[in-house]
Design a protein around this ligand. Sequence first.
Ligand code: DX5
Ligand code: ZN
Length: 221
Amino acid sequence: TRDFLIAPSILSADFARLGEEVDNVLAAGADIVHFDVMDNHYVPNLTIGPMVCEALRKHGVTAPIDAHLMVRPVDRLIDDFIEAGASYITFHPEASDHIDRSLQLIRDGGCKAGLVFNPATPLSYLDHVMDKVDMILLMSVNPGFGGQAFIPGTLDKLREARRRIDASGLDIRLEIDGGVKVDNIAEIARAGADTFVAGSAIFKAGSEVDPHRYDSVIREF
Ligand code: DX5
Ligand code: ZN
């Protein structure tokens, strides 16, 4: 049996009350904090950077922070996120000029390293770096926004990624990001995912001011 992790994406949280929102999802049973970094260049949206990651640490968040870098170039921000207290740092291979170097930078900084695959990005990027990744993140939407619909073809890709991980014998997490809901998470788990990002399904559930609105969603997950 696999251990499953729930990773709320704070992209859909109320940024004016971010510390509280993160405390509440963790209290409701979430395992790791998914932290979406967008640069208005690699993706057409602009979000948050290392200062906000650092602020969450100062606020007292001790859970792992999973920094998903949707940025180009990648390397300079890696150092900043290591400094800011990230636990996982993942990036999109086509956004890095030197994938092996970026992965190594992350591990040298004491963080877990991951590659992120857009719906149309081939898994063959893993071929020569499998031993340098701690996480494979498959996007089940095109990156840039929360609240999009899960692309069904991702299930086959998940199965392929699961085969690669099992064949490698390595300890690599398989994360899925985009359109994960209570009614499709079981099927996604059966296809091989073990780490589930969910933004709108968690933060947009129920009344915005009710801190317990997350409890039932996370329990159902
Ligand atoms: C999209 C982000 C996701 C996003 C998922 O580019 O990487 O993490 O927050 O949001 P939902 O769960 O609403 O699809
Ligand atoms: Zn993400």
